[in-house]
Design a protein around this ligand. Structure first.
Ligand SMILES: Cc1cc2nc3c(=O)[nH]c(=O)nc-3n(C[C@H](O)[C@H](O)[C@H](O)COP(=O)(O)OP(=O)(O)OC[C@H]3O[C@@H](n4cnc5c(N)ncnc54)[C@H](O)[C@@H]3O)c2cc1C
Length: 807
């Protein structure tokens, strides 16, 4: 066994084998995999191993598509062929119009990644799968490349190729401890000796938290018991002359594929069970949980109704094994929060299908610092400190119970709520607030007009359209207030703070005390990594503000680049403060009524910051606006938030102060062309491609990513960020929808969209091939799968002179 290597991957299931193989493909061959037993002896060996292209967002589609290409290549390798039923085809069934709408949207999402799905009706479903009945069936989404693979052979093939490239695999070598050294390198302690390395990767499946504990980390991953059975041969299958396509049902939550001449049917029952929550028997190896088919009767009935042949055939094997889930259903693949040189590829609930792609994107992150796709959807840093074991269990159960039920627009599921609240959450609830969840925080989405108001989640405009329109109108003509909790806030102090920040951002750091500026941080590839509002509070203090979920991500990046001389300190105040935003032409009057001092346009113009009191509550007040109206952000310590809220409410009464929510903000910012981090700002594009040219100061001597950005600009724009207006009044576009030409050719992707109430237009923003990005270009955008006319427009559709903000 080597005693020194570059990377140690811990765990030899699909996650570990794929990572090891892809590290060698990225050029790192001095790498090792250690496995406590034999390869695939965790979950992987008994997986149903279905491999599909389907994903709700483009990164997931792209990585699954990579798996399929890789597995096909492995299966076709004459030296080591493996069993892969490639392209049997698979259908996701639709029983409701909402399912069909969703599938049309997801087909458009996939199109942007070069993946073609088909939307078929019920008769066509039955034609392709002769065993199904069409009762209550509207149709489905067809993935022509769906299939299944032999999981053990797949892992052996990946390990074999990795070994051929120079990697080493140590089986029957349990990792017993991890020690990190001052230089951030690691010693991996195993039962057979120590291995020193630069980087460790946790790929330990359901034992993720045993290895996590060795580095003092709890990962928000929970195992659930999951069962499938295999039937005896079915005559109709033997006689069909072709393999049966795969089926997934969003109503009864089962899947089904052909296994030999019978069927394999897997279930996601409501009466489900977590597994291993209080520890796992060390001897649980190549093992299964006891069968319990009684538990799955609810979903079994649905499967029987859809495939009556199942009622006439015997079951010969039941498999019940642990499968891992996270808080939001997507895996954790990337840097481990709070640790240096430590990565994970865990929480895989569909690891056979996705594993090829996850290992690919993880290896790129390890070797190059970033992957070819934006990986925020799987970034372990997307959850901050709230994701404890109890919350993880509740969300895992909820996700398991809804396995094939995709989230509808604006749907926030109830388990584990409320998780993070502020002192005024109950007060806002009493005022009629409907909440959404942002990184665990209950944030006001809109104010319900009546207590029994009910929103039908839909891809179309729904009941909230008029409600939000009224909130916006009230802001536009008077003054409104909302709470923005969870907003990320770092206090950056020290004599070197401003000079150091200047090297971190591609634009200007506000140099004058009392000034605020928007800045962008690039990665080493010159692409957009983060967006920050920088507020110059005093000589050596900057407040760095960014999106609610970015706390661990941004802190990681800043700390990684801190100077060694101790001249800069970064402290998180994210959980200590909350923002009350007041917006509208009367917001200055309101502020002046609650806070002493001169708040006139001359004394406190747009983009100013000042410490002051709101009533008796100390606050940091900024004149910044995400709505396009005159607005102020009032940052208040949580223990005095209620006092500040009351002061504003009381002073606001004579001014007609109303409440509003994040949906209004979301629509207003579209009218101004303001971006949303991780929707419109992603690591795939540099600031010029993201149309942020005015925030880039190339005359600065140095900033992270400068050379790479300039080199890319020499080659030209890969895509260009634009704003579009759609000729469509029944539905907004949705993130991921394709922008197409008349002939259907995909030329871009929508990143965010919604109705601009103040301008009366259906607005969408997105990335587009540069040759189509000129203002006035006419294109089409697929809205719920149907192309509608669209035109490229200026970003600033509302008040382009910023007269209102500066008023
Ligand atoms: C019944 C069932 C059906 C499924 N069907 C599908 C499907 O159809 N399609 C699909 O895509 N996915 C499916 N899955 C999910 C899929 O099988 C898993 O996502 C995948 O196998 C997880 O792989 P992994 O490498 O993360 O974990 P594992 O396969 O569990 O591998 C982790 C490895 O880490 C090793 N390890 C743990 N601790 C240590 C240590 N201290 N030192 C060294 N090594 C250690 C373990 O021994 C193990 O080999 C199914 C799962 C189940 C349970």
């Amino acid at each position: 066994m080597k005693s020194q290597t570059r990377v140690v991957v811990i765990g030899g299931g699909i996650a570990g084998c794929s990572t090891l193989y892809h590290l060698t493909q990225e050029g790192w061959t001095d790498v090792v995999l250690v496995e406590r037993n034999e390869l695939t002896s965790g979950t992987t060996w008994h997986s149903a191993a279905q491999v599909t292209n389907f994903g709700a967002v483009q990164t997931m589609v792209g990585l699954k598509s990579h798996s399929i290409k890789l597995y096909k290549e492995l299966a076709d390798d004459p030296e080591y062929p493996i069993n892969y039923h490639h392209a049997d085809g698979g259908m996701r069934l639709a029983n409701t119009q909402a399912h069909m709408d969703g599938y049309r949207h997801f087909a458009s999402v996939a199109k942007g990644m070069g993946v073609e799905f088909e939307i078929i009706d019920a008769e066509e479903c039955a034609r392709r799968h002769p065993l199904i009945s069409t009762d209550n069936l509207l149709g489905g989404l067809w993935d022509p490349l769906d299939g299944d693979i032999d999981p053990a052979q797949l892992c052996q093939a990946l390990a074999r190729r990795a070994r051929l490239a120079g990697a080493e695999v140590y089986r029957n070598t349990p990792v017993t401890g991890l020690t990190q050294h001052k230089d951030d390198s690691w010693t991996v302690h195993t039962e057979h000796g120590d291995i020193n390395c630069e980087i460790v990767v946790n790929a330990c499946g359901y034992r993720v938290n045993e290895v996590g504990a060795m580095m003092g980390v709890h990962h928000p991953v929970m195992s659930m018991e999951h069962q499938y059975f295999l039937t005896e041969p079915i005559k109709a299958i033997e006689e069909a002359g072709h393999r049966m396509p795969l089926i997934r049902c969003p109503v009864s939550d089962y899947y089904c594929r052909q296994e030999k001449n019978g069927l394999l049917v897997g279930f996601y029952e409501q009466d489900c069970r977590t597994w291993g929550m209080d520890g796992i028997d060390p001897k649980f190896v190549n093992a299964l949980c006891p069968d319990d088919l009684d538990r799955v009767t609810d979903v079994l009935e649905g499967a029987f109704a859809r495939m009556p042949a199942l009622t006439e055939v015997g079951i010969h094997t039941v498999v019940n094994g642990p499968i891992t889930y996270t808080i939001d259903g997507a895996p954790l693949v990337g840097p481990i929060p709070g640790k240096r040189n430590a990565f994970c590829i865990i929480g895989l609930r569909a690891g056979l299908g996705e594993g090829g792609g996850h290992g690919w994107l993880l290896a790129q992150q390890i070797v190059h610092g970033e992957a070819c796709y934006d990986t925020w959807v799987t970034d372990p840093r997307r959850f901050t400190g709230h994701c404890n074991v109890e919350l993880t269990a509740l969300k895992a159960i909820e996700d398991y119970q809804n396995e094939f039920r995709f989230h509808m627009p604006h749907e926030h599921r109830p388990a584990g709520r409320p998780m993070k609240t502020t002192p005024i959450t109950p007060i806002l609830a009493a005022a009629g607030a409907e909440f959404g969840v942002v990184n665990g925080w209950e944030r006001v989405a809109y104010i319900k007009p009546t207590p029994d108001f009910h929103e039908t989640h839909s891809f179309y405009f729904n009941e909230t359209f008029d409600v939000v329109a009224k909130e916006i109108a009230a802001i536009q003509s008077g003054v409104g207030m909302t709470e923005v909790n969870g907003f990320n806030r770092f206090e950056i102090t020290g004599t070197g703070a401003k000079a150091w920040l200047d090297t971190m951002v591609c634009g200007r750091v506000p140099t004058k005390v009392g000034k605020v500026g928007l800045a962008y941080l690039l990665n080493h590839h010159g692409n957009v990594k983060a967006e920050a509002t920088l507020a110059n509070l005093d000589a050596d203090t900057i407040w760095y503000g960014s999106a609610a979920a970015s706390e661990y991500h941004d802190m990681d990046w800043l700390q990684k680049h801190l100077p060694d001389d101790g001249s800069v300190q970064v402290k998180s105040l994210t959980n200590d403060y909350t923002i009350l935003v007041i917006a509208g032409p009367k917001s200055r009057e309101l502020l002046s009524a609650v806070s002493r001092g001169d708040w006139s346009k001359e004394a406190f113009p747009w983009l100013s910051v000042r410490r002051a009191f709101v009533g008796i509550a100390p606050a940091v007040i900024m004149s910044v606006s995400f709505s396009g109206e005159l607005a102020y952000e009032i940052h208040v310590p949580n223990n005095q938030l209620y006092a500040a809220y009351l002061a504003l409410q009381n002073a606001g009464k004579p001014l007609g102060l109303s409440l509003f929510g994040s949906m209004a903000v979301e629509l207003m910012r579209l009218e101004k062309g303001y971006r949303h981090w991780k929707a419109d700002l992603i690591t795939e594009f540099n600031p010029m491609e993201s149309a942020l040219d005015r925030f880039v100061k190339t005359d600065k001597p140095a900033f992270i990513g400068k050379e790479a950005m300039l080199a890319q600009n020499e080659k030209g724009l890969r895509q260009h960020f634009v704003s579009l207006v759609l000729d469509c009044t029944h539905a907004p576009a949705h993130g991921g929808d394709s922008i197409v030409l008349e002939d259907g050719t995909c030329v871009g992707t929508i990143s965010s969209a919604g109705w601009g109430h103040r301008v009366g237009k259906n607005i969408a923003m997105g990335f587009l091939s540069p040759e189509y990005s000129a203002i006035g270009t006419k294109l089409m955008v697929e809205v719920i799968g149907v192309p509608v006319p669209a035109e490229v427009v200026e970003f600033d559709l509302y008040d382009p002179e910023n007269a209102k903000i500066r008023a």
